[in-house]
Design a protein around this ligand. Structure first.
Ligand SMILES: Nc1ncnc2c1ncn2[C@@H]1O[C@H](COP(=O)(O)OP(=O)(O)OP(=O)(O)O)[C@@H](O)[C@H]1O
Ligand SMILES: [Mg+2]
Length: 255
């Protein structure tokens, strides 16, 4: 893998920066006593019930459990997509330790561009863009990038497409790629911002077992090589067993 793909810190001034540490020096994500409820008629349903977990850099955690047990809710909280009712979601980046449970939407969006990669069951790509453009577009989501930043984005996009085995399809619209190829583009896109954390919610469940295994190899291999912490939500016990750690959630709680 090219050295250009190694995770490197990017300095950024940030009011939420603290000097405390997430835990051990290699902890990337520490979820502490997180509770998430949703409105349910006149009451509330508890989707995440006092969950605590940690994931170290370069390590993977599988989250399994029955349908409706709160796996996607836990992932959404860790992804800044949903704010929990209580608890801490501490993300350690190369620069800062930040509690994702307390940040505003602007900061959350910024972290999703730079520190948190997300892969969903459906790849959520824009069919008319080429594979390379899907990745390059990540560089446009913040401020308008400089010429040098655009050049760097193109180089990184091409390197990542090589890593996921799609180097020769960089110029092809993703609408003309197979499901497995699209999902590999989605993995590459999740890695584009050099994240500290990648969250994947059943990324292979829409794929046949062969393409699913290839995407899984890729996710586990790239996150390990790049020192990225991976949370993988899956129904598949075989896939879960390939992760470094596993937890099972039932009724929102880790059992
Ligand atoms: N936006 C929402 N509004 C209200 N309730 C919700 C919402 N999203 C999820 N829930 C409820 O929260 C609980 C957990 O849902 P969640 O989607 O996290 O489960 P899951 O484990 O991911 O299930 P699946 O395996 O089917 O994807 C369920 O009872 C669900 O009905
Ligand atoms: Mg789910």
């Amino acid at each position: 893998m090219s050295t250009a793909l190694r995770t490197t810190g990017s300095a950024s001034a940030n009011p939420t920066q603290t000097t405390q540490h997430a835990g051990s020096s290699s902890t990337a994500l520490r979820v502490e006593e997180v509770v998430l409820t949703y409105p349910d008629g006149r009451g509330r349903v508890t989707a995440v019930d006092s969950v605590s977990l940690t994931i170290e850099r370069g390590r993977s955690l599988a989250v399994t459990g029955p349908s409706g047990s709160g796996k996607s809710s836990l992932l959404a909280v860790s992804a800044t997509l949903t704010r929990p009712d209580s608890g801490q979601v501490m993300l350690q980046t190369p620069d800062v330790l930040v509690d994702l449970a307390t940040i505003d939407r602007t900061r959350a969006a910024e972290l999703r561009r730079t520190e948190i990669g997300i892969v969903f069951q459906q790849s959520n790509l824009l069919d008319s863009l080429t594979a390379r453009e899907q990745l390059e577009a990540m560089a446009w989501l913040g401020a308008r990038p400089s010429r040098a930043a655009r050049h760097a984005a193109r180089t990184r996009a091409e390197d990542l497409l090589d890593v996921v085995g799609l180097g020769d399809m960089a110029g092809r619209p993703v609408g003309a790629l197979s499901g497995g190829q699209r999902q590999r583009v989605a993995v590459a896109r999740a890695l584009m911002g050099k994240p500290s954390l990648v969250l994947a919610d059943e990324p292979t469940s829409a794929l046949d077992s062969e393409s699913g295994a290839a995407v899984m190899d890729l996710l586990l291999g790239t996150t390990r090589d790049l020192g990225v912490a991976l949370m993988l939500v899956t129904h598949d016990a075989g896939l879960a067993a390939r992760c470094d750690e596993q937890i099972t959630v039932v009724d929102g709680a880790v059992v």
